[in-house]
Design a protein around this ligand. Structure first.
Ligand code: ZN
Length: 143
């Protein structure tokens, strides 16, 4: 793992609005500090620069690991994982219209990411449901 300076880490955190850029979970109510993910891993020559870094919760960071693509569960074809720097969240996901806590994929990239990163794990759904009761979920759309 290549070293990420404190100032670069802070720039990533601020740009992300303190949210995991994959599952959208806020760091605000977590005990653990969210790690910074190399979107293209160092092992694949990904650079330690703002354009290749994303804030990721420990769960998403661990599942993503060195992967950049995963099977689309609908077609079994490989699809890129969501890239917070080159993809727009709303182009690939939406919050379920029925319960607002489930992340619904709307593209192959979305389906591969929800499935592989387990963005609708029981823990994710429980935390989102509690935050929804508190009026803190879903997060405001970001530009
Ligand atoms: Zn996450």
């Amino acid at each position: 793992m290549s070293a990420i300076s404190a100032s670069l880490r802070e720039a990533v955190r601020q740009r992300a609005g303190d949210r995991c850029e994959y599952c959208q979970l806020s760091q605000e109510f977590q005990v653990a500090t969210f790690p910074v993910d190399h979107i293209v891993p160092v092992s694949r020559a990904g650079l330690t620069e703002l354009a290749n870094l994303a804030l990721a919760c420990p769960s998403c960071n661990a599942r993503k690991w060195k992967h950049v693509e995963a099977p689309d569960p609908e077609t079994s074809a490989m699809a890129p994982l969501f890239n917070p720097r080159t993809h727009q969240w709303a182009d690939h996901f939406r919050w379920s219209g029925t319960d607002l806590v489930r992340m619904e994929p709307i593209t192959a990239i979305g389906r591969a990411s929800v499935s592989f990163l387990e963005l609708n794990s029981e823990q994710h759904l429980a935390i989102r449901a509690l935050l929804h009761i508190l009026g803190l979920h879903p997060p405001a759309a970001r530009v």
